[in-house]
Structures are given as structure tokens and as C-alpha cells.
Design a protein around this ligand. Structure first.
Ligand SMILES: [Zn+2]
Length: 62
């Protein structure tokens, strides 16, 4: 199991989250996978990413 942490979307766990430039208040991020747009991202290892993805999939089914 990898302990390496990567920046992922806090909502769906996607690694495709990308920084959006050009705000005064600070960096914003956008996720092409779930449409998340906001200032928060998380750094997670593979284990955490799996948990986030599981939660996201459960919530999206309801
Ligand atoms: Zn996302």
C-alpha cells in the first residue's frame, strides 16, 4: 500500500482536480469528474482516496 499523498477532490476523490487561476481571495480548484468548485482540496493516500470514492458513490445513488 502506497503511503504517498496526492491532491484529490474532497467530494469524489478524483485526482483530476485542477487549480483555477485568477482570484484575489486565493486559489480555487475545479474537479472535472463531479463538478466540484471551491477553495478546498485534500491530500490523501490511496487508502483515503478509496474511502472518499466509496462515500461519493453511496451518496450519488441516493
Ligand atoms: Zn470531484
Amino acid at each position: 500500500m502506497s503511503k504517498k499523498k496526492v491532491k484529490v477532490c474532497p467530494r469524489c476523490g478524483s485526482k483530476s482536480i485542477t487549480p483555477v487561476l485568477g482570484t484575489i481571495t486565493g486559489q480555487l480548484y475545479k474537479c472535472p469528474n463531479c463538478g466540484y468548485y471551491g477553495p478546498f482540496i485534500i491530500e490523501a493516500n490511496e487508502e483515503m482516496i478509496e474511502e472518499i470514492k466509496d462515500d461519493y458513490e453511496k451518496n450519488s445513488k441516493e
